[in-house]
Design a protein around this ligand. Structure first.
Ligand code: ZN
Length: 379
């Protein structure tokens, strides 16, 4: 395996950006410098500073190559500070791009799957939808989440910050049912409360439809697709959990372990057997591969970097959704409180320290190099 750590701490820090606009500029500059072909899918709305928004796609390698590695950022908007940093680090790693070329692997960088959330420091899309719960069959009955229905009013009280009675009621629910059930009820996705948390939507979002068209175009000639989708917000700070992102198929999961688990040092966890810090989820984004590239073999993971404790993450999301609902209802919210809530979202999903940047880049580049080696031997 090639050495995959950035040379200096400053190299790692310089891959990350504090705003969507800066991250986008950095990504496009590096992709252009590396000679990649670029496509821009313009988003219908504008960003937090009035800037244009887009899902940007950069491809390394010709369309005829049969092995395709996808690396994507900002499925969950604000998590893009991290994902964009890993993408920029990969574009600045000449050994990664040359290894891809030499092993006949094309690399597709998808920057900002959900650019609106990235710019506005939200995890959801402009439709208030969790993109990674939005890939359902909407012509069929959607999964029920009774735990969420029980919690919705407690999670989003009339006033923010929540008063003592609300805090006691939430703590009481957690004490009665346990933290894992609280996490699962809140985060597994729901299709009944459009202003709520982890809403999976009732129709495909802009990001869902745009991603599908990208996969159709770039995956059409692929016989094997690998995908690393970059996330944050679960697990110990700075540790990238490698979560299997595909169907419950033992053969494919075994292949992912062979590529990525480093002899068990970085286990491939699964939502199907309880080994992941993530709850069991449905409507996941990877399912689009099977719809849009039905003839390709598939191996994928979510690389999920820890930030702060889960209760802090959920509280930041509660505040964010409270603010969104207040604005939709036309209620006055102080500028200080709004800014504080946006900052708490960034802090929950992005740790802007040199240590964290270095850990994120090292693990991200290692996973990407390993995917090339895996694709090389598998197809
Ligand atoms: Zn995420």
């Amino acid at each position: 395996m090639m050495p995959t750590t950035p040379r200096t701490a400053a190299d790692a820090d310089a891959c990350f950006a504090g705003t969507y606009a800066e991250a986008r500029k950095q990504f496009l500059t590096e992709a252009t410098a590396a000679g990649l072909a670029l496509q821009h899918h313009a988003h219908p709305l504008t960003g937090a500073q009035g800037e244009p928004l887009a899902m940007d796609v950069a491809r390394h390698g010709p369309m005829t190559v049969e092995r395709l590695l996808i690396v994507s950022s900002a499925c969950h908007g604000v998590e893009g500070h991290c994902g964009s940093g890993v993408q920029v680090a990969a574009l600045r790693d000449p050994s990664f791009l040359s290894s891809a070329r030499d092993n006949r692997v094309a690399v597709l960088f998808i920057h900002a799957l959900n650019p609106h959330g990235f710019s506005h420091s939200r995890r959801v899309t402009h439709e208030n939808v969790d993109l990674n719960r939005n890939f359902q069959r909407f012509d069929q009955p959607l999964p029920a989440n009774h735990g969420y229905a029980e919690l919705h009013d407690l999670l989003l009280p009339d006033h923010w910050p929540p008063d003592a009675a609300n805090q006691a009621a939430v703590s009481g629910w957690v004490a009665e049912h346990g933290l894992p059930r609280y996490q699962a009820a809140v985060s597994q996705g729901q299709h009944t409360h459009a202003d709520g948390l982890f809403f999976g939507g009732t129709a495909p979002t802009w990001s869902n439809q745009t991603l599908r068209s990208v996969l159709r175009e770039h995956g059409q000639g692929a016989r094997h697709v690998a995908w690393i989708d970059l996330h944050t917000g679960l697990g110990p700070c700075g540790v990238g959990e490698r979560i299997w992102a595909g169907m419950n198929n033992p053969q494919a999961i075994a292949r992912a372990r062979q590529w990525w688990d480093n002899g068990g040092a970085t286990p491939i966890t699964s939502i199907y057997d309880g080994s992941s810090t993530s709850a069991l989820l449905t409507g996941l984004m990877w399912s689009a591969i099977h719809d849009e590239c039905p003839d390709a073999a598939y191996t994928g993971m979510a690389l999920e970097y820890g930030t702060v404790p889960i209760t802090s993450v959920i509280d930041a999301l509660r505040a964010d959704h409270w603010l969104h609902r207040a604005r939709q209802q036309g209620r006055a919210v102080g500028a200080d409180l709004a800014a504080q809530i946006a900052q708490s979202m960034r802090d929950a999903f992005y740790v802007a320290t040199t240590d964290w940047h270095e850990q994120v880049v090292a693990q991200g580049l290692q996973g990407l190099h390993q995917a090339i080696q895996g694709l090389k031997i598998s197809a």
